[in-house]
Ligand binder design. Structure first.
Ligand code: F6P
Length: 323
């Protein structure tokens, strides 16, 4: 069936590069003479019919903008059967053949639910957490990591001057990919992630002691929010040794800012591929990338996959921190 009209939405936590992706979806659709509509505020917009026509101009000069021009939300109503039925009615009423949904695993669970009513949905991974199992890379991760790295580099200056210990909390919800990557990039004394079992003495205190023995007088502890709070880790360090750590929670600053080149290009390729897949008749899939190659996987299969921290990252961290 020839695709005539598609809708695009962003859902869940925003991620830098979502705008670049929306732009790519719109431009590729228009290239194929497909009409494109922006659904605002995530799945909520599909329920309420909060929809705008998107043309070439409406996505001009957004490739460099953080956030999402379509707004985003985590829709509770869409998790109900009633909400899903309303969304299906909107699709039928407006003649939307297919939906492109940019977001994380919550977004894809919504996409899967919608697909059961016969609406074709293509998901594009966009989350700073990088925790979508079926893809190596999610839009927003690189920008968020670089933001965190820049902040921690600044922190290090003052920690070094005052010979202090810093405990920095990095986002990622239940996943430690962002914290591990950032920890390796800033040369952290220790990195705590939820995927690895934590022995506080071995993983924090011993690492600080080792650093001290090596002549260092300041220490940078990076903790993924899913592995514990920075405040709690700092209190534990204070109790265990004679240090008075300073706490920094990087928080939502990690989700903002102009996307890096890597995020812009990934977002553009993924947005292009999503529409290309629709044109070729592919149904209900998630766009993914591995080793620089792009492909698609069935939504349900993709959601059922498992992802873990690369063993190599764990080994490298051990070597870099001396334990
Ligand atoms: O999933 C993206 C994310 O930024 C997580 O890293 C974080 O735990 C969560 O969203 C924060 O959500 P909210 O924007 O609702 O505070």
């Amino acid at each position: 069936m020839h695709v005539k009209r598609i809708g695009v939405l962003t859902s869940g936590g925003d991620a830098p590069g979502m705008n670049a992706c929306v732009r790519a979806v719109v431009r590729t659709a228009l290239y194929h003479n497909i009409e494109c509509y922006g659904i605002r505020r995530g799945w909520n917009g599909l329920i309420s019919g909060d929809i705008i026509r998107l043309d070439e101009r409406s996505v001009g000069h957004i490739i460099d903008r953080g956030g999402t021009i379509l707004y985003t939300a985590r829709s509770k109503e869409f998790m109900t059967e009633e909400g899903q039925r309303k969304a299906v009615s909107t699709c039928k009423f407006l003649g939307l053949d297919s939906i492109v949904a940019i977001g994380g695993d919550g977004t894809f669970r919504g996409a899967l639910a919608l697909s059961k009513y016969g609406i074709n949905v293509v998901g594009i991974p966009g989350t700073i957490d990088n925790d979508i199992s079926c893809t190596n890379y999610c839009i927003g991760f690189d920008t968020a990591a670089n933001t965190a790295i820049e902040c921690i580099d600044k922190l290090r200056d003052t920690m070094q001057s005052h010979e202090r210990c810093s405990v920095v909390e990095v986002m990622g919800r239940n996943a430690g990919y962002l914290a591990m990557y950032v920890g390796l990039a800033v040369g952290a004394t220790a990195v705590l992630v939820p995927e690895e079992e934590i022995d506080f003495d071995r993983d924090v205190i011993e690492k600080i002691r080792q650093a001290r023995l090596n002549g260092f007088t300041h220490y940078m502890i990076v903790v993924a929010e899913g592995a514990g709070s920075a405040a709690q880790i700092a209190a534990q360090i204070k109790e265990a040794i004679d240090l008075d750590p300073r706490v920094t929670v990087l928080g939502h600053i990690q989700r903002g800012g102009s996307p890096t080149g890597r995020d812009r290009v990934n977002a553009t390729k993924m947005g292009y591929l999503a529409v290309d897949l629709l044109v070729k008749g592919q149904k209900n899939c998630i766009v993914c990338t591995h080793d620089g190659m792009y492909s698609a996987i069935d939504i349900e299969t993709g959601l059922n996959q498992k992802k873990s921290i690369q063993q190599m990252e764990v080994d490298v961290l051990a070597a870099m921190t001396g334990l």
